[in-house]
Design a protein around this ligand. Structure first.
Ligand SMILES: Cc1cc2nc3c(=O)[nH]c(=O)nc-3n(C[C@H](O)[C@H](O)[C@H](O)COP(=O)(O)O)c2cc1C
Length: 253
């Protein structure tokens, strides 16, 4: 069973996917979980739109219209299922940026859950066409709504080579307030992929993964990892602290 720690650490975006897609029911199961993100005043300021089959061609045409191209964009055909992520801003004392953070959180969470369920996922935008009129019209967006892009979803190819990922040197991103009495403890670089989720934490506190093992509360999603490709073949290896250590393969997206 994958712990949340492992699922997040080992996730990766897949730009090339096969023609199989999760069923509408499976998507709903995962969305019900993803929708549990932190949400100020529980506004649920988001919605998702599935694009399957010919709808992807309609999106290609809308993108072309926005870009002034004669030929429809073939980008949306890269996956059998596109999930449009919509920020639906509610009238509220909660600021717009807070609401966008919720919508974005849902998309990240859903992307993670799809990956963990064995699907290939890639969050894409379409440049300035993303928030163009033709594209908004196609999706039936209200004036209080904005697109955050699309999750491209499909099967994981049998032999998908794990792309190389830059390690995250956490110590570079965590600090204390300026003028704070003590500097942040620097116990060496903590890099995603190097930490051992099963080892005791450095401050002696119990880890969540340990707690869930004991209580048996950790559950698998209702979906199985059955879509080809080895499960979690990407294990970030030990890297040097240098940011040049490994270059992510971001090409041809
Ligand atoms: C809102 C958003 C939009 C993105 N749009 C694109 C895009 O249009 N093209 C692209 O190559 N990557 C895009 N990305 C980045 C990829 O989804 C992916 O995160 C990146 O290739 C790194 O791979 P990784 O997620 O496995 O680390 C976007 C990410 C986010 C969060």
């Amino acid at each position: 069973m994958t712990s949340a720690f492992e699922a997040v650490r080992d996730r990766q975006s897949l730009s090339k996917v096969t023609d199989v897609a999760p069923s509408p029911g499976e998507v709903l199961t995962l969305v019900a979980a993803a929708g549990r993100v932190a949400d100020h005043s529980s506004l649920r300021p988001w919605r998702l739109i599935e694009l399957r089959g010919r709808d992807r061609e309609r999106l290609g045409a809308a993108i072309a219209k926005a870009e002034g191209d004669k030929k429809p964009s073939t980008k949306p055909l890269r996956a059998p299922l596109l999930i449009a992520v919509v920020a639906s801003y509610r009238k509220s004392k909660v600021a717009r940026w807070e609401q966008e953070a919720v919508a974005s959180g849902v998309a990240h969470m859903l992307s993670l859950l799809l990956d963990d369920a064995g699907w290939g996922v890639f969050w894409r935008t379409a440049g300035s066409a993303t928030r163009s009129k033709p594209v908004a019209k196609l999706h039936g967006l209200d004036k209080n709504e904005e697109l955050l892009g699309w999750l491209y979803v499909g099967g994981k190819p049998e032999r998908s080579r794990p792309g190389r990922r830059k390690p995250v040197d956490a110590s570079r991103f965590v600090s204390r307030l300026p003028g704070s009495e003590k500097p942040a403890p620097r116990v060496g670089a903590v890099i995603a992929g190097e930490a051992d989720a099963s080892s005791p934490s450095t401050d002696g506190s119990e880890k969540k993964s340990d707690r869930s093992k004991k209580s048996g509360t950790s559950k698998k999603s209702g979906t199985s990892k059955k879509h080809g490709g080895s499960k979690k073949s990407v294990k970030a290896k030990t890297h040097k602290k240098s940011t040049k250590a490994a270059e992510r393969d971001d090409s041809a997206q």
